[in-house]
Design a protein around this ligand. Structure first.
Ligand code: HEC
Length: 212
């Protein structure tokens, strides 16, 4: 074998190795399937984040995308929450157009996770401030009901939140399940979501008095 052929063979083997490594890169502790390799990686990343961030604990299916009712919202009174005098209900976050999040844009879902703004009552725009009245953050915000844990998840990166939005809109099959609206106070929970109660976004610089 001539020198150039040798080099070609070595390069070929390396390339093949790289492709195999990419396709069989472990995902959730197992190799990637062929179908997964063909899917937009943003959707798969969003799926991993949804599974690992307890979305299904409230929205249905726990952490199992094979479960009946995966992300389809409250189906039983057992999934209701009592918050003071109010009953709140995890919504259908599958992309059904009438009963789920199908009619919302990925940006509206992003805004729900980053700012807690109800996608049904917040325009499809980039939000430029972090507190009511700053930038175009609504002066009288309509927040998602407790206990939707957006005050924690807003600290995920932009890319992570976009990936979750991509998975919900494009990776999940629509399920028709009408969830009754949550009850809530007239201020749409604004007095529960002050900086004193939920901390700053972005979080205070490290280290705070609790950290070393
Ligand atoms: C502890 C329970 C709980 C968990 C965990 C949870 N949610 Fe929610 N979520 C709710 C409740 C309750 C509502 C309804 C709020 C309302 O009615 O105002 C809601 C509403 C939403 C909405 C708004 C839907 C709409 O139509 O207005 C989105 C989007 C959403 N959740 C996404 C998520 C995602 C993504 C995760 C995981 C990262 C998640 N939720 C985890 C309780 C939860």
């Amino acid at each position: 074998m001539g020198k150039t052929t040798w080099l070609g063979a070595v390069a070929g083997v390396c390339l093949l190795g790289a492709v195999v490594a990419l396709v069989s890169r472990p995902l959730e502790g197992r190799p990637v399937t062929e179908r997964e390799a063909a899917v937009d990686s943003q959707v798969l990343w969003g799926r991993q984040l949804v599974i690992s961030h307890a979305c299904g604990d409230c929205h249905g299916g726990q952490n199992n995308p094979e479960a009946k009712g995966w992300l389809a919202g409250r189906m039983d009174t057992l999934q209701d929450f009592r918050v003071g005098p109010f009953i709140t209900r995890p919504r259908n976050i599958t992309p059904d157009n009438t009963t789920g999040i199908g009619r919302f844009s990925e940006r509206q879902i992003f805004n729900a996770l980053r700012f807690g703004l109800r996608p049904g009552e917040t325009p499809d725009v980039e939000i430029t401030g972090n507190t009511p009245g700053v930038g175009n953050f609504p002066e009288i915000p309509k927040y998602l009901a407790i206990p939707m844990p957006w005050p924690s998840w807003r600290h995920m990166s932009d890319d992570e939140l976009w990936a979750i939005a991509a998975y919900l809109k494009r990776g999940v099959k629509p399920v028709v399940n009408k969830v009754q609206d949550s009850d809530g106070p007239p201020d749409f929970w604004a007095s529960e979501y002050t900086e004193e109660k939920i901390g700053k976004y972005p979080a205070a610089p490290y280290p705070t008095a609790n950290e070393q």
